[in-house]
Design a protein around this ligand. Structure first.
Ligand code: FE2
Ligand code: FE2
Length: 283
């Protein structure tokens, strides 16, 4: 089966619903909003600080290849863009409120701006290869958060809801950038496609982990947790308990398999559960 046929099959199976929701406008994240845990709070707040600029890159990457896409993929790209724009709006609000709660995110934002600027100086195909790698990261985290709700146990209600909402839409559109990539590279050999996406995934994974670790450490230092103690606690959080990075490792490896597609793991049950829980809570 050629690449284009692959994406046609995948694209027909997963609808994308844009859930235009707002969270925490009355009360944003408090200090140590993640269940009072400074480590989880620093990790998630550091992640949130990267989203608005990161998601703007993802949007521009898929837009660059929208023309000439089959109608279904084009429609999915439009829905993807709407979802990402809403996510960025909510994370901007979250980030502003986190700043009010005492977390200075300006250094992280400046760093992200520089990094995204470097990506944007390369051809759009590189933007897209970066996007599919980072969308795989968001999909792996999203699966983990929805599968194991204890990640946000004890967190402020609105904040936990915001992360769950973002997670479910990430799962829902996890194939769109990848299908756009298959479409954009349909004239390439499988080897050439695999080589570029693998190379960029390896570079991005190293940077993603080391830079998020460093940036979460900056936030911990602002919270009075510094030095080896901060590093040890953050490392344990990521690879020990709950061990987010340890737990996503098998899904990360799957990215390198020949013929990989994000929907090789069927997440429809998690999406359905989120929607039925939401409907039940808002009767
Ligand atoms: Fe998003
Ligand atoms: Fe996304």
């Amino acid at each position: 089966m050629n690449a284009l046929a692959d994406f046609d099959v995948n694209a027909t199976e997963h609808g994308i619903v844009v859930r235009d929701r707002r969270f925490g406008r009355d009360q944003g994240p408090a200090h140590r909003w993640a269940g009072g845990d400074p480590i989880a709070t620093a990790w998630f707040t550091a992640l949130s600080a990267t989203f608005p600029r990161g998601e703007a890159l993802f949007v521009d990457a898929v837009k660059a290849f929208r023309d000439g896409a089959p109608p279904r993929l084009e429609a999915e790209i439009r829905a993807f863009i709407k979802q990402e724009v809403n996510h960025s709006r909510e994370h901007l609000a979250f980030n502003r409120a986190a700043a009010s709660a005492g977390y200075d995110l300006t250094a992280i934002d400046k760093w992200v701006e520089g990094m995204i600027g470097k990506v944007r100086s390369r051809p759009p195909m590189v933007w897209l290869a970066v996007t599919i790698a980072l969308e795989h990261f968001t999909a792996m985290f999203a699966h983990e958060f929805l599968q194991h709700p204890q990640h946000f146990a004890g967190s402020d209600g609105e904040q936990a809801e915001m992360w769950r909402w973002h997670a479910v839409e990430e799962l829902e559109h996890k194939g769109v950038a990848y299908d756009t990539w298959l479409h954009a590279t349909s004239g390439w050999s499988r080897w050439k496609r695999w080589k570029l996406k693998t190379l960029l995934m390896l570079i991005i994974s190293r940077r993603f982990v080391t830079h998020r670790f460093q940036q979460a450490s900056w936030l911990l230092a602002q919270d009075g947790i510094k030095g080896w103690r901060a590093k040890a606690r953050l490392t344990w959080y990521l690879v020990g308990k709950p061990g987010i990075l340890r737990r996503i490792f098998p899904a990360w490896c799957a990215y390198f398999l020949p013929g990989f597609h994000p929907w090789d793991r069927d997440d429809r049950a998690l999406i359905g559960k989120y929607d039925s829980d939401y409907a039940a809570a808002n009767l």
